[in-house]
Design a protein around this ligand. Structure first.
Ligand SMILES: *[C@@H]1O[C@H](CO)[C@@H](O)[C@H](O)[C@H]1NC(C)=O
Ligand SMILES: *[C@@H]1O[C@H](CO)[C@@H](O)[C@H](O)[C@H]1NC(C)=O
Ligand SMILES: *[C@@H]1O[C@H](CO)[C@@H](O)[C@H](O)[C@H]1NC(C)=O
Ligand SMILES: *[C@@H]1O[C@H](CO)[C@@H](O)[C@H](O)[C@H]1NC(C)=O
Ligand SMILES: *[C@@H]1O[C@H](CO)[C@@H](O)[C@H](O)[C@H]1NC(C)=O
Ligand SMILES: *[C@@H]1O[C@H](CO)[C@@H](O)[C@H](O)[C@H]1NC(C)=O
Length: 473
């Protein structure tokens, strides 16, 4: 599959490198005369054309620009600590230094991005009515100021808020699908229909995070200040960035792994039905409930990261299997939770998002209308799936074992075959999303090993067979 990817980006590159093309064509033809191996000739031809393609994108090719303020950073740097490591590049932009940062300890903590103080934006007008925050201008200019840090060997710039939680390894994998030498604006709209409708389905919502190819960010940085003057009437920073990218003639490349999380309450349903695409970000952890029961918000995120550190690429990937003996449907959302439905639920229904949360604006006429397919919670709590939350993940010679333990089940009269079930153990191998799986993902399959009505259920996740269908046999 590697060669297929190369061919694709080769085609895109031809207008920029027609002279290289002629040279490589010449070599290609002459080698055909002297060798019998077609594979060898193709490799030589393409390595001449694309010397950098032999060097896969890694996290050092990314530069992060995180929008914060002197006031919010002290409380929110705990979120950056989850995903940042000291080898990464980028800045967290503040209006002024937080009180506890001073000349002696400034940027001494390498478990978070270094602090950069944003440039003055007082010369720009902010005219949004009925009155938003003029810091939107400063935050929008993070895009320009991050590109102007002038880091070398940059392929992608990634932007987010100080309460955006990124999954960097998954960002790298996802962005490597695209050629950073071309102009790309990669992100996602909101879960909230009204928000996406108002601000545009073509806008990457800033809190969910978004990425710009280095080639696009560099040109955007040059024209940005002249452009944003035309958008003083807009509310937020992301609308300004979107407008200026639109003026350059570029549209959004939608990646569903970015999550703005414009939801309130329990986001279990959203996380448990993650799209078939790597998890790239989460947002609004202060607004939503802790994602694991009986934990504080920060502890629950640390717990999620215990799984992400072991197999980032498999995070939240949903695998469904059917236990015919007890007519149960089991849905694994890896690294987070397993659900056991005490009936045969058809796959498309299991993949819908259960409405466990509340809308962003509860009183709005469009409250409860989302940009994903949802399934309402069953009114009878005994008919809802039983939820098992992640307990532990460990990686050993037999693969990766994650176990999930039963949580509070609001049903006093549980007579089902799962009533004794306490622990679900899931066995997987490390998921390495190759280019085929990234371009045309296929869900994996699973098997219930040794179906019984005891305390433990074991599940093994594997690749599906060629013609295999996921249904109750
Ligand atoms: C800001 O708005 C005022 C009043 O409309 C206008 O005169 C001025 O030129 C604007 N400033 C810039 C930098 O566009
Ligand atoms: C980056 O390069 C530009 C253009 O050469 C320059 O104006 C700017 O000061 C540089 N920024 C830094 C942080 O060195
Ligand atoms: C979870 O597994 C790790 C090994 O991956 C181990 O160090 C840790 O003690 C385990 N925790 C619990 C609560 O079993
Ligand atoms: C889950 O796995 C860990 C590590 O293997 C183990 O220590 C722990 O006891 C298991 N939890 C349950 C509830 O079985
Ligand atoms: C939370 O913890 C308390 C006390 O440890 C326990 O009684 C309760 O069942 C737990 N709740 C859930 C949802 O697990
Ligand atoms: C359990 O379900 C009942 C009936 O739907 C509901 O009234 C009650 O609030 C639920 N309790 C909890 C703790 O969710």
């Amino acid at each position: 599959m590697k060669s297929a990817i190369k061919t694709k980006s080769l085609t895109k590159l031809i207008p920029f490198s027609s002279s290289f093309c002629a040279i490589s064509l010449f070599i290609f033809i002459s080698i055909l005369f002297f060798t019998t191996s077609k594979i060898v000739t193709i490799n030589i031809g393409s390595s001449l054309l694309q010397p950098t393609e032999s060097d896969p994108t890694n996290v050092n090719h990314l530069v992060f620009g995180i929008a914060s303020s002197g006031k919010s950073w002290p409380n929110r740097k705990k979120y950056a600590k989850l995903w940042w490591n000291k080898n990464m590049k980028g800045c967290v932009f503040v209006d002024n230094l937080p009180p506890e940062e001073n000349d002696n300890n400034l940027n001494s903590d390498d478990s978070v991005p270094q602090i950069c103080v944003s440039e003055d934006t007082s010369k720009f007008n902010y005219t949004y009515r009925p009155g938003g925050l003029r810091s939107a201008i400063r935050v929008a200019r993070v895009v320009k100021e991050t590109a102007e840090l002038n880091h070398s060997d940059v392929r992608w710039y990634v932007f987010g808020d100080d309460d955006t939680i990124f999954f960097p390894e998954n960002l790298v994998k996802t962005l490597s699908k695209y050629d950073h030498r071309l102009w790309y604006y990669v992100g996602a709209y909101s879960e909230n229909y009204e928000g996406s409708q108002t601000f545009g389905f073509g806008m990457a919502f800033g809190g969910g995070g978004f990425a710009l190819s280095a080639s696009l960010a560099n040109v955007l940085a040059k024209v940005f200040d002249s452009c944003i003057e035309r958008y003083s009437h807009l509310y937020g920073s992301d609308a300004r960035v979107f407008s200026c990218i639109a003026e350059l003639g570029v549209g959004l490349t939608y990646e569903p792994g970015f999550h703005q999380v414009d939801l309130r309450g329990n986001v279990f349903g959203l996380l448990a039905a993650h799209p078939l695409s790597p998890l790239l970000s989460l947002h609004h952890p202060d607004i939503t409930d802790a994602i694991f029961p009986n934990m504080t918000n920060s502890k629950s995120l640390q717990h999620l990261f215990e799984a992400a550190y072991v197999d980032s690429q498999r995070m939240l990937q949903q695998t469904v299997c059917y236990d015919r003996r007890f007519s149960r449907t089991i849905s694994v959302s890896w690294g987070y939770a397993v659900q056991v439905f005490q009936s045969n639920v058809l796959l498309p229904d299991v993949l819908r998002v259960q409405e466990t949360f509340k809308p962003w604006k509860e009183k709005h006429v469009m409250a409860g209308i989302y940009t994903f397919s949802k399934r309402e919670l069953h009114h009878d709590p005994c008919k809802r799936p039983k939820i098992f939350y992640l307990d532990n993940v460990s990686s050993g010679k037999d693969g990766i074992i994650s176990n999930y333990t039963k949580s509070f089940y609001n049903c006093s009269n549980d007579k089902t075959s799962s009533k004794n079930l306490e622990v679900i153990k899931v066995v997987t191998n490390n998921l390495d999303l190759d280019s085929k799986q990234l371009q045309t993902p296929r869900r994996q399959c699973c098997d219930v090993l040794d179906s019984n009505s005891g305390q433990l259920m074991e599940i093994a996740i594997r690749e599906c067979k060629y013609e295999e269908l996921i249904y109750m046999h």
